[in-house]
Design a protein around this ligand. Sequence first.
Ligand code: XMP
Length: 523
Amino acid sequence: MDQTSHDRLLIIDFGSQVTQLIARRLRELNVYCEIHPYQNVDGAFLQAFDPRAVIFSGGPDSVMREGSPRPPAEVYRLGVPILGICYGQQVMMHDLGGKVEAGEHATAEFGRAYVTPTTSHSEVLDGWFSGDDDREQVWMSHGDHVSEIAPGFEVYGTSPGAPFAITGDPARRFYAVQFHPEVHHTPNGKTLYANFVRMAGFAGDWTMDAYREEAIRKIREQVGDKRVICGLSGGVDSSVAAVLIHEAIGDQLTCVFVDHGLLRLNEADEVVSMFRDNYNIPLIHADESELFLGELEGQSDPETKRKIIGKLFIDVFQKHANEIEGAEFLAQGTLYPDVIESVSFSGGPSVTIKSHHNVGGLPEKMGLKLVEPLRELFKDEVRALGRELGLPDSFIGRHPFPGPGLAIRCPGEITREKLEILRKADAVYIDQIRKHGLYDDIWQAFVAILPVRTVGVMGDGRTYDYACALRAVTSVDGMTADYYPFSHEFLGETATRIINEVKGINRVTYDITSKPPGTIEWE
Ligand code: XMP
C-alpha cells in the first residue's frame, strides 16, 4: 500500500468491469483513491488504509449465492461514509438487514433507464432532478434487485425495474444506488460522486503538480545513490516515467530501448533522437528485430504471439540491462489500469480478456527492485504529468501504441512483407488524419492488415493483394470505445490514397465495432 499525505478513499472491488471508472471519476475530483479486490480487504487492512470514505463497486455475482463476495463487517463500524454501487448496494442492504431478490422476471435492467425522485431528498443528490422533466438518465446493469431496504435507510429515487434505485441512511452516511454513476451514460453521475466526497470532507487537493513533487521526492528516497534502468518503448508512459526519474536522479538512470521489429515507420529513430539528443538521457538502442521476427514465424494464434513477444522482450531486456553495472532498480511506466489488470491475473474478481504485454516477473529474476512512479495514474493523467515535465505536445499527444506493436495488428501469421505493407498503409492513414486536423479528436487510430487477399482490378489488370482495415476510436481510457464517425469523403479519399500509394493492398475497409463488444486492437 502506498503512503500518501492525502486523504484516501478506498474502493472495494467486487469485480465490475467498470470499477476503474469509479477511480477515474474520483481523480477528476482531485480525490486520491485506490481500488482493492474484496479478498484483500479485512479488518487489519482497513485499519492500515485508514480511508476517509469507502465505495463498494458493482460485480457479477449474486448476494444470494453462498460464498459470494462480501466486505469485512468492520467496514460498517469505521464511522466513515460508504457508497454502494449496484452489487455494492445489494451487499450493503443484505448485510444491514434488507432483502435482495433474484431478477428472473421483469425487474432485471440492462442499459439506459430513468430515475425519478421521491419526496425525500438527500445532499448526495444536490444538482440532480433539476432538468425540465424531473428525471435523470442512468445506466443500469443488474439481474438481482433490492426488494426491501435495510432499517435506517430512505429512498430518494426509483426506476421502473429498481424501486430502490437511490437509497441512503443519512445518520450513518451510507448511500447505495442500483445504477452505475461512474459511466458516461449516467450523465449526472459525476455530480453524485462530487456530493459524496464533499460530504465525506475531502479537500480535493490531489493535483498533478503535487503529484510530481511527491513522485520526485519518493524516487530519490527509494533509489538513493543507486543506478536505475528503464525500459523505453517510445510510448507516452515509459517516456514520462523516464523523464520524471531523470529529473529526480539524473545520470543514475540508463534507458534501454528494445526494437522488436514491430514498430511503426521511422519510430525507432524518432525515439532514439528524442531521448539522446533532446534529453541527454543515457540510452542503449537494442535492435533485436531479427530475433523477434524469427521466433514469430509460423505463429498465428493471438495469445501465442503475445506470449512469445512478452518472453523474448524479457530475455532481451535482461541481456542488455546486464551491461549496466551496479543497477539495482528497474523503472517501469506501469499505469493504474495495469495494476488493476494484474490484480485480476492473480485471482482478482474481473475476467482477463487478453494477456497484456508487461515485464512482470523480470525484477525478481534479475534481482532488481521496481520503481514505478506512474502506478497511481490513468493515461490522461500521465499526459498531464508529461506536460508538466516539458515533453513536447506532439509527443505527449501521440496515440497509445501497444507493447506487442504491429504483431497484434497483423492477425494471423506475421511476415516481413506484411509488416512492410502495414507500416506504409498506417503512415498514409495517420498522415490523412493529421492533414484533416482529426488526430487530436481521435483516441487511437491504426491500420490492421488482414490475413486475406482479395481480387481487384487496377489499370485494366487483375490484382490479388491484401485487404486492410482502418480503425479509429474515441475513448477516455481505452476501457470502452466507439468508432470514430469519419465522413464518407474522408474514408473514400483515404482508401484511394492507400491503394494508390501502398503496393500490396487493393481493398480498404473501415471497422465500425465499438468496445465492448469488440476490443480496440484486432488481437
Ligand atoms: P484492447 O485491444 O484491449 O486495447 O481494447 C486497449 C488499449 O490497450 C492497448 N493494448 C496494449 N497496450 N500492451 C500495451 O501496452 C499490450 O499488450 C496491449 N494490448 C492492447 C491498445 O492499443 C489500446 O490502446
